[in-house]
Design a binder for this molecule. Structure first.
Ligand SMILES: [Zn+2]
Length: 291
């Protein structure tokens, strides 16, 4: 009885519905379920298509997925859906750019400062800050000028006339100002350099300029100490070299990690200073016993 028609045409063409018994009702429910299944299948297909198009706005020929048109047999070109694509993060775009062009423009640097001012919570357009981006960009050229200087060139000219002198040469209390590479906040202090010359000595101001060259970059105190020792070792080839840097880090003092005025000390000992503890004592004594 399951195939019994649920309705039949009357002689005048109108439809007469049979009173449903339990069997015809079962059939109709089954048909309704089939229809629902089909509808759900088609719906899930459309949802998938729509999500695809969101994730991939660059479909071939710019055509929208068929399901979005609603007319699946329509072959007419359909304009691509307008999908707002967020710009790539600045870091991805800017780094290759900066490498390609060597350096961002002054305008880009100033724009970046305006962004940081807004990030800090201030208004770059207010009177007091209007010229700040230009001033910051200009001051960066000075406080980070070390990137454009070569410390090896500074040491190439030695005083040959003192070639016979082979005892210790000590330059102490060389003031420097640098910026920590972790927070771009200043750290400053004094550098002390000693070496035993083998092929002449360099002018004392040259050592101060070597310190300056490395200080005017983003630094860690440890790296800077090693770089100073490295360049002197490479160019002057001394019998020994000692470098000591003592500095106060504002990034630590400002954030309360460390009290203001506390020094961090780093040292590098090479050659005679590394091999002989007495040489280290001599160096430290000379640095500490100020006349
Ligand atoms: Zn820091």
């Amino acid at each position: 009885m399951a195939d019994m028609p649920a309705s039949a045409k009357t002689a005048n063409g109108s439809t007469m519905y049979a009173k449903p018994d339990s069997n015809t009702m079962t059939t109709r429910i089954a048909r309704a379920e089939d229809a629902m299944d089909a509808a759900l299948k088609s719906l899930s297909y459309r949802l998938t298509e729509t999500e695809d198009s969101r994730m991939d706005p660059t479909r071939p020929n710019g055509a929208a997925p068929a399901a979005l048109n609603g007319t699946r047999n329509d072959n007419a070109p359909v304009p691509a859906p307008e999908v707002e694509v967020a710009p790539a993060p600045a870091s991805i775009q800017r780094v290759p750019d900066a490498i390609a062009t060597g350096r961002p423009s002054r305008e880009e640097a100033e724009a970046a400062v305006r962004v940081l001012l807004r990030w800090a919570g201030d208004d770059p357009a207010r009177e007091g800050l209007r010229d700040t981006p230009a001033r910051v960009a200009k001051s960066y050229e000075q406080i980070f000028s070390g990137y454009r200087q070569d410390a090896t060139i500074l040491l190439e000219r030695v005083f040959e006339e003192v070639e016979g002198y082979s005892d210790i040469v000590l330059v102490r209390d060389i003031p420097f100002y640098s910026h920590c590479e972790h927070h771009m906040v200043p750290f400053m202090g004094l550098a002390h350099i000693a070496y035993y010359p083998t092929k002449g000595v360099v002018g004392l101001s040259k050592l101060a300029r070597v310190v300056d060259t490395f200080a005017r970059r983003l630094q860690t105190q440890e790296t800077m100490t090693a770089q100073i020792a490295d360049v002197i070792e490479t160019i002057l080839k001394p019998r020994g070299i000692a470098v000591m840097v003592e500095a106060e880090h504002l990034c630590m003092a400002m954030r309360g990690v460390q009290k203001a005025g506390v020094s961090t000390i780093t040292t590098q000992f090479r050659g005679a200073f590394k091999d002989d503890a007495n040489e280290q004592v001599r160096f430290l004594t000379l640095v500490r016993n100020k006349p």
